[in-house]
Structures are given as structure tokens and as C-alpha cells.
Design a protein around this ligand. Sequence first.
Ligand code: GAR
Length: 198
Amino acid sequence: MTKRVAVLISGGGSNMVSLLRDMTGDHPCRPCLVVSNVPDARGLAKATDFAVCTAVVDHTTFAKDRAAFEAELQNVLVTAAPDIICLAGFMRILSAGFTAQWQGRMLNIHPSLLPKYRGLHTHQRALDAGDSHHGCTVHEVTAELDGGPILGQARIAIDDGDTPDTLAAKVLPYEHQLYPAVLRRYAAGDHTPIYLGV
Ligand code: GAR
């Protein structure tokens, strides 16, 4: 049976677009909702272009009450009844209580070769460490930030003269390949990691 996928974004939504573009034809999934915590996230209009329903749960209207924000996010998601949730540039940390409700059904893409560089500023941190390689990871979401089981990684070489911006620009096209490939496999029940790149 076709699986319903909700995509959570905070910004431009290029990973979301790569997922939506792939969910056609023989794909085991179809998108049911795109949710943003940022009302003017550019990705919302792109979702509408794909005729996918959108919703906004603006975290700023909940001040510092994360529980209330997550309760509203949960309401919106439960109404859409997704089988799988894809975090795609969703820049809010989700509590253990929230992630537990979707454990085994929520994926995230992160711009580093996890377990290296959980959290922010991953490109700068890879450069500061003098790493020879960098990349991105798709993983299952658990209570541990960027810590769940790895479902795929794409690796690129870091070249002399790379900056955080050039690294981000090199990694992003791999994100766009990796995330749809992982989602297809995951939705079919196969959790074997996918490895792309060098
Ligand atoms: C992507 O590089 C994604 O890996 C990163 O944000 C960017 C979103 O771009 N996610 C994180 O840093 C999550 N910790 P997009 O909105 O164009 O998909």
C-alpha cells in the first residue's frame, strides 16, 4: 500500500523538492503534507507548485514553550496521518517525547558524515578539523540529536581552498541524490545503508 509522507522544512526546501519530485510513478510513497516552522520559508511555495498541502506551525508564536509548539506540530501531523516523516532542513530540535511518538517513522538529512559534527556549522567544523572528506547523512531520528541509525551517506573530497560555502555547494547535490534513494528503500522496508560518492 502507498505510504504517506510528511516533509518538515524551515527554509529553501531544496531537499523537499528532491523528495517530492521522486514520489511519483512506481515510488512506494506519496507526499501528504509539507510543514514549516517558518511562515515565509521559500519551500512552502515550492510545495504548492507540486500541489502538496502545506501548513505552518510558527515556533515564535509559542515563545519559549517548546511543549506547546510540539503539541501543535503533533496535531497537524496526526491530522495528515503520515506513515513516514522526513525532516528536510528542519531547524528545530525536537524533544525526546516528540521523537518517541514517531520513532522508526522519522528520517533526517544532516550535512556531515555522522557521527562527526552533530548540530550546526558542520562545513566549518570539517574544515577546522583538517578533514580530507566531508558529506551528508540520512538517519533515523531518535531522542539523541543527529544520533539515530544511519541509513545512507554521501562522501566528497575536501579540496585546498574549500570554504564553508563551497563545501555546502558541493554537498547539496549529493543530499538531493541520497535522500530520495534512502526514502525509496526505507519505505520498502529495507534499512540497509546506501553509500554514495568517493
Ligand atoms: C541542507 O543542507 C540540510 O542538510 C541542512 O539544511 C539544509 C537545508 O537545505 N539540515 C541541517 O542542517 C539539519 N541539521 P534545503 O532547505 O535547501 O533542503
